[in-house]
Design a protein around this ligand. Structure first.
Ligand SMILES: C[S@@+](CC[C@H](N)C(=O)[O-])C[C@H]1O[C@@H](n2cnc3c(N)ncnc32)[C@H](O)[C@@H]1O
Length: 230
């Protein structure tokens, strides 16, 4: 079933890209799914193991600090951060995904909103202590990623932490089909915006078959409040 869902997502992505609509297919995929997660390729209804593992390793507690989840999908990662004491805002471009999160977690303290990472609200700038981005960059065509990364970087507050998890590839590897893995060079856009890299992990995950992932931790030092150049 997930293979069918992935094939459908790839077809939708291709059809929309051909009409130069690079993000419109997400809403259609979620709306068509009618809240059946089997139709969502990434709809595994559990927190990202790479996030949970990282939070455990760092023994990180929210203590009321503000967290943001980019492209939150069905909301499991936002709920994970909320359980650990963060005050969480989670956004997705697809209204049907946001409605689904609210339906799944009716008593949640997470604020779920519709927003576009390519046009983030001005009032969000530099206002989050922790930002989690998993698998959104890799579903955006390469030409949109630099803008998305610059916007994400601009949302991070002083001394905040940005954690990114994505599929990874070497520059000489073919990008293949959507989701398109990122190279380290592409991710260096975050550094060009003034963030500092704390840790870069390159590993095979526990899925069958295993997938190459990058997990990167960035921070913004407190004396850096310059706007990202992109
Ligand atoms: C591959 S899914 C990952 C969802 C979630 N992060 C997860 O790991 O399960 C990518 C998500 O990003 C959302 N998305 C795509 N383009 C976006 C954009 N421009 N702004 C905000 N969200 C976007 C999609 O609707 C989708 O929910």
């Amino acid at each position: 079933m997930k293979d069918q869902a992935r094939a459908k997502a790839r077809q939708l992505a291709q059809d929309f890209l051909q009409r130069d609509d690079r993000t419109g297919w997400f809403e259609l995929l979620y709306a068509d799914a009618e809240e059946n997660e089997e139709h969502i390729p990434w709809g595994d209804m559990m927190s990202n193991p790479g996030l949970v593992d990282w939070l455990e390793q760092k023994n990180m507690q929210g203590n009321g600090r503000r967290a943001l989840v980019v492209g939150c999908g069905l909301g499991d990662d936002a709920e994970e951060l909320s359980r650990r004491g963060f005050s969480v805002l989670a956004f997705d471009i697809a209204p049907s995904a946001v409605a689904w999160c609210k339906q799944r977690f009716p008593t949640s303290s997470v604020e779920y909103v519709v927003a576009d990472v390519l046009q983030t609200p001005v009032e969000w700038q530099h206002s989050f202590d922790f930002i989690f981005e998993a698998y959104t960059l890799q579903v955006l065509p390469p030409g949109l990623r630099a803008k998305a990364m610059a916007n994400i970087a601009n949302l991070l507050g002083a001394d905040g932490t940005l954690l990114v998890i994505c599929r990874g590839r070497a520059p000489e590897d073919h990008p293949g089909l959507m989701p398109w893995p990122l190279t380290r060079d592409e991710l260096n856009t975050f550094l060009a915006t003034g963030l500092h890299q704390i840790q870069f992990e390159d590993y095979q995950d526990q899925e069958q078959p295993p997938t190459r992932r990058f997990r990167i931790q960035y921070t913004r030092h407190s004396d850096q409040h310059t706007e990202a150049p992109l």
